[in-house]
Design a protein around this ligand. Structure first.
Ligand code: NOJ
Ligand code: MG
Length: 532
């Protein structure tokens, strides 16, 4: 099988994957929380939208301290979201509709309610039960100081002390103890988990915190002073600056051995099963190491999401993406929004301008070779929402007092004129939905000329005519500084990030994110043009 032959290419190479945030997609039982039967009932919507696959965020049993990223049982379904039979039904229906299904895998940490951690708590200091996690004695007199200077991504220190004096590491919330990946039991448990879901028919995994599993063997102190104005600020800043910070808790070389093992497991199944890494490493080159030929198939390209509304920045990111992936022979991915970041319409300025820019950026993205990840609601032009403080649920908010992610997790508006807009029953959803979304529901946008939903539908339809067959090469065209223009075989893309209308090359307009005026492309607009 050749990765670059359009006939035999694996399904994921150019797949558009739609991220379903379980809690907020569709609520079948009206308890205010989305669920698996809700997703199943909306699969025809996804097929008609024109995506190839869906990635579903964690639906496993969990106390939900981090919206399911705190898993207490990896091989079952949380009763709030349904039963195992509902997962089977979802897979079956998706496959019948021609959609692939990617599920979330959370290997860096378990919930503190996971059987293993409960056993570790009940066991003694130094016991084999504690060896599955990262327990250490404290420092200083009475061992009252944490074992090292690491901080939690969600704010505060990364250690919690038990009554018996022992400390455990949690890179995220206190309720998410980090696993000890140097312990073979941990490795073998996750291999079983992979097989469990592969046997049930999932097509792939999204690997949470893929760069985090191993920590420096000696858990040495981190050599930076922790300033930062938000919980992840240092992380994002370093990715933007392309510099390298000392990070003994991230991206350790040993992690790659795990992915080589997983790759062997994936390859032992039919149907091009895959995994995509969530790896917020410091540079695109570091992330490329996760998609070497014998490791995972994809990694999220967060550099694209971090690029500013700036033509040069975007062009730079595209160039760098290919420059770092070509040497390892991997295909790119692209992503603009997910459940952890400010929605791109809001990031680009919000309001009508922000939405216009978001539509343009998405259109440019969808013409690029490789796989694109969409986040539910972006096809409606949704923006991040100001969730009232007393209703926020993100553990990062509780630990820092900084609103970080609830804003992008508000449920999907499907129909009608009042909340919950067909999301569920009478019970109000777990996060409140803004009244203004009445004009943005799927129902309101369906068939409406110029709506964001119809733009996505059209772009995805036209994309199918060239996505797998057009050349993999992208030629960035030299244009004005404020214009991003590139050619991919017969398709030329122009995005106007400036303030004045610009001319576009001759040819047939395939899709445009906004109206052309006198044949010119207005600011905050993009177009696909087919040239003979
Ligand atoms: C990344 C996930 O996307 C995020 O939502 C979660 O809080 C952390 N990993 C911890 O699992
Ligand atoms: Mg429900």
């Amino acid at each position: 099988m050749s990765l670059n032959d359009p006939i035999t290419a694996p399904w994921w190479r150019d797949a558009v994957v739609y991220q379903v945030y379980v809690r907020s997609f569709a609520d079948s039982d009206g308890d205010g929380l989305g669920d698996l039967p809700g997703i199943t009932s909306r699969l025809p919507y996804l097929r008609d939208l024109g995506v190839d696959a869906l990635w579903i965020t964690p639906f496993y049993p969990s106390p939900q301290h981090d919206a399911g990223y705190d898993v207490s049982d990896y091989v079952d379904v949380d009763p709030r979201f349904g039963r195992l039979a509902d997962a089977d039904a979802l897979l079956e229906k998706a496959h019948a509709l021609g959609l692939k299904v990617v599920v979330d895998l959370v290997p860096n940490h378990t919930s503190d309610e996971h059987e293993w951690f409960q056993k570790a708590l009940a066991a003694e200091v130094g016991s084999s039960e504690r060896e599955r996690y990262v327990f250490r004695p404290g420092k200083g007199r009475g061992r009252k100081q944490p074992p090292n200077n690491w901080h939690s991504v969600f704010g505060g220190i990364a250690w919690e002390q038990l009554d018996d004096g022992d400390w455990y590491l949690h890179i995220f919330d206190r309720t998410q103890p980090d696993l000890n990946w140097r312990n073979p039991e941990v490795r073998s448990m996750f291999e079983d988990v992979l097989r469990f879901w592969l046997d049930r028919g999932v097509d792939g995994f999204r690997v949470d915190v893929a760069h985090g599993l191993f920590k420096d063997r000696n858990l040495r102190d981190e050599k930076v002073d922790v300033t930062g104005d938000g919980p992840s600020s240092r992380h994002v800043a370093s990715l933007l600056e392309h510099d390298t910070k000392d990070e003994p808790m991230w991206d350790q070389p040993e992690v790659h051995e795990v992915y080589r093992d997983w790759r062997r497991i994936l390859d032992s199944y039919d149907g091009d099963r895959m995994a995509v890494a969530e790896a917020w490493t410091q540079t695109p080159a570091r992330t490329a190491a996760y998609v070497r030929p014998d490791e995972l198939q994809q990694a999220f390209n967060f550099a694209w999401l971090l690029a500013k509304w700036d033509a040069a920045d975007m062009a730079d990111c595209i160039r760098r993406t290919f420059a770092t992936l070509d040497p390892v022979g991997a295909n790119p991915t692209w992503v603009l929004s997910n459940h952890d970041v400010v929605r791109h319409a809001t990031r680009y300025g919000g309001g009508p301008v922000g939405v216009a820019r978001a539509r343009a950026a998405t259109l440019a993205m969808l013409a690029l070779p490789g796989s694109s990840y969409l986040y539910q609601g972006e096809e409606l032009g949704l923006e991040s929402v100001d969730v009232p403080e007393e209703l926020r649920q993100d553990p990062a908010w509780f630990r820092t007092g900084v609103e970080w992610r609830d804003h992008c997790r508000v449920p999907m508006p499907w129909k009608g004129t009042r909340a919950p807009f067909g999301f569920g029953g009478r019970k109000q959803p777990w996060l409140p939905m803004p009244a203004e979304w009445a004009g943005l529901t799927v129902e309101a946008q369906t068939g409406k000329r110029g709506s964001t939903l119809e733009l996505y539908r059209k772009a995805l339809k036209v994309r199918r005519t060239f996505a797998t067959t057009a050349p993999r090469e992208v030629e960035i065209l030299d244009r004005a500084k404020t214009v991003l223009a590139f050619r991919r075989g017969p398709v030329t893309v122009v995005l106007n990030a400036g303030t004045r209308p610009v001319a576009v090359p001759k040819g047939k307009v395939l899709v445009n994110s906004g109206r052309l005026v006198d044949g010119k492309l207005p600011p905050n607009t993009a177009v696909w043009i087919r040239q003979a």
